[in-house]
Design a binder for this molecule. Structure first.
Ligand code: NAI
Length: 330
């Protein structure tokens, strides 16, 4: 079975290598097809996302991606935004749940953030109107709004979830979020057995800070989803733990929520768990459910035991010690 592997930048090569080791130790017969993307790739090939990388994902359909640095202010479009748009990976899925051994204020968080991945303010449509004035277009289409909300409801149904919360700012963004909200209400009517609620995004932030356990599946547009997924990662112990998937109707790219962490890159300090748990989602996606469950259990046992943990988790271990512990618990 072939899976494309994009090591990425910064801590990307460290956490993807650790992930490959655990997957191999779990006995999953994966042939990794290495492809390049990111800042280091741009230095070599002049492109953050070379066409060969896209071709390989189109060919093998599934990829595991390390985080990629987008150079700021150098005329590059974000590689992540481009990848999601080029492959129409319209749904970002980030399951967030409290993990054993991790000290956080709330013990029973178990929610999924579903984010529209191709439109909104991340459409990449920006221009200078006159010197000193810039416009960024926030695009919302009926089609994309409907399909992401439908995706969230289908996911809720598949996972036995009771409620979908649609998050918006339709009171101010009357036309764009107005259209999104209307589409959400229409789709919700097709799923009468799943509770549907609406929240303004600012209000949602306050409610998440007060009691995140009351949420189940959250669905929202691109920028709101970007911010809320990091916020939710913080609620359960930080960026080093939370996995993610970018799903389209043809392709799927799995990656951690975190970035390339240049402050700790190359020091052996990166926590590989978010990347590894993204691989768990990938294994589930390609039907390797037993291996996926085995790796997830090994991660949970490792966290419960608290040995070899990296600094972000309060330990004094390294990527190496944490990876070895997880393999020991397989
Ligand atoms: P970041 O997520 O890379 O780092 C934020 C903080 O969390 C840092 O202190 C970092 O050390 C820590 N951290 C992140 N992941 C960690 C891990 N696995 N283990 C231990 N500590 C971890 O966010 P930042 O600094 O805003 O972005 C750095 C670069 O990453 C930027 O160029 C940005 O564009 C890129 N980025 C890429 C993403 C992707 O490829 N999916 C997503 C987010 C950012």
């Amino acid at each position: 079975m072939h899976v494309v592997l994009i090591p990425g930048d910064g801590i990307g090569p460290e956490v993807t290598a650790a992930t490959q080791r655990v997957v191999a130790a779990a006995g999953v017969p994966i042939s990794w097809v290495v492809a390049h993307a990111g800042a280091a790739c741009a230095e070599r090939f002049g492109d953050l996302l070379p066409p060969e990388t896209l071709d390989l994902i189109r060919r093998y359909r599934v990829a595991l991606k390390g985080p990629c640095t987008t150079p700021v202010g150098e005329g590059f479009r974000s590689i992540n935004v481009r990848l999601r748009q080029e492959l129409d990976l319209y749904a970002s899925v980030r399951p967030v749940r409290t993990l054993p051994g991790i000290q956080v204020p709330f013990q029973d968080v178990d929610l999924i953030v579903v984010r529209e991945n191709t439109e909104g303010l991340y459409s990449g449509l920006e221009h200078v109107v006159v010197a000193g004035v810039v416009e960024s277009l926030r695009v919302v289409t009926q089609r994309a709004a409907e399909r992401i909300v439908r995706f969230a409801f289908e996911l809720a149904r598949r996972e036995g979830r009771a409620k979908v919360t649609f998050c918006h700012k339709a009171d101010v963004l009357r036309l764009s979020d107005g259209l999104f909200l209307q589409a959400a209400r229409q789709v919700a009517a097709d799923f009468p057995f799943i509770e549907f609620e609406e929240r303004r995004i600012d209000n949602l932030c306050m409610e998440l800070a007060l009691d995140p356990t009351r949420f189940d599946v959250l669905v929202m547009e691109n920028l709101f989803g970007d911010v809320i997924s990091d916020l939710c990662a913080g609620l359960v112990g930080g960026l080093g733990l939370v996995p993610g998937a970018n799903i389209g109707s043809r392709y799927a790219v799995f990656e951690a929520v975190h970035g390339s962490a240049p402050d700790i890159a190359g020091k052996g300090l990166a926590n590989p768990i978010a990347c590894l748990r993204s691989a768990v989602l990938l294994l589930d996606h390609i039907g390797q459910r037993t291996a996926a469950a085995r790796i997830e259990s090994a991660v949970l046992r490792t966290l419960q035991r608290g040995v070899g943990l990296t600094r972000d988790l309060g330990g004094d271990g390294t990527t190496e010690t944490l990876t070895a512990e997880i393999i020991r618990h397989l």
